[in-house]
Design a protein around this ligand. Structure first.
Ligand SMILES: [Zn+2]
Length: 474
């Protein structure tokens, strides 16, 4: 039976569309606190029926009755990516779990072994408010505006699960002809043709896909394609790529921050460029390499607690590979009151750059190439990539747009300026090589990240510890 035709599911679903999306705007801080207190109690009680959590909590001497308010979350032990991997499948869901109703989703495995976990129809329905919230932020309506998602639809990828478990069923009762999904790894020209004939108001995709589409748009493809808003997620978006894409499409581009484990958007960027945390859906903490909580405003490794849903619970989960800084509740000009990610998501921890003197840069803080290119007022660089080959040797690869090659500034000047800026930043101990390449290679199923590090995480930890640095704050 289609769950949407079941009145027990159908009615709460419509209610969610209307109410949940507005919670960040409408709930008073007291009401929000109450909502989070109730949610954490409920979710910890559920997690206690899941063997992995049950064992961990027993070992830590903590019981669901000890968790009465959101602050009590710090009494709970952390759950790692390895914990989930090791206990898949039977011990990451309740003992009586109905596996026929569950759906396995997995991370892309871009930073090691993929993590498999369970989600279900109810969890997806619970999360829908985060999407509606983003649509409303940009004055789009889920029934009347046109949406295109160019995402990773490999088997078990979250967008694939949403399509199979949720959207397909929703199509039977809801008019979703205004929603188009295209696999991001289709040939880019085909993607452009489909987008051109659909002409969506909003495109949601990955930074690298946008970069390629923007290049085609500059070359005259997609004449009918005039989106109002672009939304980027999945990878760190640097300022140069953002500006390149915005300039090509003539509209603004914003970020969302989601993950497979989260099953929804953890945060999103509003028109004021504030990264709002969906605090009614997630409790977000930041820790340092000793797993101590870092002060508000300081950079740390993200830890998430999902406050909704069933399937595999995600509570104090450290398996996400991103750097963030959190600021407490703040009222934004857009009308939303929520904690925020001060500088957005600064990229993957495993793509960080470590220098011999112990300084550690996130992909975000190391992308000063974006600043150099914007100072030179050029869109001549089609794509770039930074590769740390070893602790003291870094390559910066540039792919040049041939049609712009003979327009100023020259490629030589661009290379010299980038080299100069990086040498100033890293100091004389590190070799910087800026090179033009014919093509920046991309794995067939994963877009190429802008920063790649071949220095092991173990080595990074050793260097940081030897410097007695307790902060990642560069
Ligand atoms: Zn805002």
């Amino acid at each position: 039976m289609n769950p949407f035709l079941n009145p027990i599911i159908g009615v709460p679903f419509i209610k969610k569309l209307i109410f949940d999306a507005e919670r960040l705007k409408k709930m008073t801080p007291e009401r929000m606190k109450k909502h989070k207190d109730n949610a954490i109690k409920r979710i910890v009680k559920y997690a206690y029926t899941v063997p992995l959590y049950h064992e961990k909590y027993k070992e830590a001497g903590v019981h669901p009755s000890d968790i009465n308010r959101i602050e009590d979350v710090t009494k709970l032990p952390f759950i790692t990516k390895q914990d989930i991997v090791k206990h898949f499948p039977n011990k990451i869901v309740p003992k009586n779990y109905n596996f026929n109703k569950g759906y396995v989703v997995s991370t892309s495995g871009s930073t090691g072994k993929p993590v498999y976990m369970y989600t279900d129809f109810q969890t997806m329905a619970d999360s829908i408010g985060t999407s509606i919230r983003v649509f409303r932020t940009f004055n789009l309506h889920w029934r009347t505006s046109k949406f295109a998602y160019v995402m990773n639809y490999h088997p078990n990828a979250p967008p694939d699960a949403i399509e199979k478990v949720f959207t397909n069923k929703a199509r039977s009762i809801l008019p979703l002809k205004n929603h188009l999904s295209i696999p991001a790894f289709n040939p880019i020209l085909n993607i452009m043709k489909k987008l051109d004939s659909f002409n969506p108001d909003l495109i949601v995709s990955l930074p690298a896909t946008f970069q390629h589409l923007a290049f085609l748009k500059r070359k005259g493809f997609g004449q009918n394609l005039n989106p109002k808003i672009l939304i980027s997620g999945g990878y760190y978006l640097d300022k140069y790529t953002q500006s390149y894409v915005e300039n090509s499409f003539g509209c603004k581009m914003f970020n969302i921050y989601a993950s497979c484990e989260a099953n929804a958007d953890i945060a999103f960027e509003c028109k004021e460029r504030t990264w709002h945390i969906n605090q009614d859906y997630f409790h977000v903490e930041t820790i340092d390499h000793n797993k101590d909580i870092v002060d508000s405003g300081q950079r740390g490794h993200i830890v998430i607690t999902r406050l909704f849903g069933k399937g595999t619970p995600i509570i104090r989960y450290t398996g996400m590979d991103d750097w963030v800084r959190i600021s407490p509740d703040n009222k934004c000009k857009c009308g939303i009151c929520s904690p925020k990610l001060i500088t957005g998501v600064e990229g993957r921890i495993s793509s960080s750059i470590i220098l011999p003197d112990g300084r550690l840069f996130t992909p975000g803080t190391f992308s000063i190439i974006s600043i150099v290119l914007s100072q030179l007022k050029t869109y001549k660089v089609k794509q770039f990539q930074i590769i740390q080959k070893s602790i003291d040797d870094i390559d910066i690869l540039l792919e040049i747009d041939d049609e712009l090659r003979d327009i100023d500034p020259s490629v030589k000047l661009i290379i010299d300026r980038i080299k100069e800026a990086y040498e100033k930043m890293v100091g004389p101990q590190v070799q910087i090589n800026v090179k033009e390449v014919d093509e920046i290679k991309s794995n067939s199923e994963k877009p190429s990240p802008i920063v790649i590090s071949h220095v092991s995480l173990e080595k990074i930890k050793t260097i940081i510890t030897s410097q007695k640095s307790s902060s990642y704050d560069y």
